[in-house]
Design a protein around this ligand. Structure first.
Ligand SMILES: O=C1O[C@H](COP(=O)(O)O)[C@@H](O)[C@H](O)[C@H]1O
Length: 259
């Protein structure tokens, strides 16, 4: 498990542009090393802003998008094409604009999909998909994602794992159905913290003063039951990408002054 590193950008626009640039480099490096790359996408304002910046940067063409496996960390359990689905937003922001291989875009089932209105079946199917895509060298039931992008909620949720909810106690399953979420929509499908933490790199990205307390608590020893974002760690790297408002309460220890 890696120790958290914190990078602070002046504002949310700069954070999104810098994270997009960082992602291009990381995906190109992964493709150079292993032939393909794998990326877990997040929903939320910051996560979608990063995808929009990725779409806008000419450097995006350095990535061979046909050799990127795309997964989702969580999904709002809504009908296909619903504007609040993380998939719909990611397609509009980026995926409809780069030459991805549709067979490598691994969406979580919608509420009008193969399993109808059954989020448990949708979660189980996604767990099976992840297990089928894991290779022996991954030593576990999910692929070793190159990068797992995560957002952070005001109350400290990440993925669709909310404080003190059943999902935060899940240690065996890799994907779960989530009900009664405090943030709408109430029903979701989500990777668990142990599954997301199989990623080589986990990037927690968030902006705005409303996130400052949760960010500071996650970095200073809060437990994952109270603050799920504290429980997401990359195998090699755990990176917190913040704007200055979200970083306002982070101790100086994590954010050394500029030289
Ligand atoms: O509902 C969700 O919210 C979080 C955080 O979103 P934000 O808009 O506060 O940045 C996101 O990480 C998650 O994927 C999404 O489903």
């Amino acid at each position: 498990m890696s120790r958290p590193e914190v990078v602070v950008h002046r504002d949310g626009d700069l954070l999104a542009a810098a994270a997009a640039a960082r992602l291009v480099t990381r995906l190109v490096d992964a493709q150079t090393a292993r032939g393909s790359a794998s990326l877990v996408l997040t929903g939320g304002r910051t996560g979608i802003a990063v995808l929009e910046q990725l779409r806008a940067t000419p450097a995006r063409d350095a990535v061979d998008w046909s050799r990127v496996d795309l997964y989702w960390g969580d999904e709002r359990f809504l009908p296909s094409g619903h504007p609040d689905r993380n998939e719909t937003q990611a397609r509009a922001a980026l995926l409809d604009h780069v030459p991805v291989d549709p067979a490598r875009v691994h969406v979580m089932e919608p509420s009008d999909g193969r399993f109808g209105d059954d989020p448990d079946a949708a979660a189980e199917a996604y767990a099976e998909l992840l297990a089928a895509r894991a290779r022996p060298e991954d030593h576990g039931p999910v692929p070793s994602f190159d990068v797992c992008l995560l957002g952070v909620g005001e109350e400290g949720h990440t993925l669709s794992v909310f404080p003190s909810s059943p999902a935060v106690y899940e240690k065996e399953r890799t994907v779960v159905a989530v009900r009664n979420c405090p943030k709408p929509p109430p029903t979701r499908v989500s990777l668990t913290l142990p599954a997301a933490s199989r990623a080589r790199e986990v990037w927690l990205m968030t902006t705005g003063e409303g996130k400052a307390a949760a960010v500071a608590m996650a970095l200073t020893g809060a437990g994952e039951v109270q603050l799920p974002a504290a429980g997401a760690h990359g195998q090699r790297r755990t990176l917190w990408l913040l704007d200055s408002a979200a970083a306002a309460k982070v101790p100086d220890l994590f954010t050394p002054p500029l030289a």
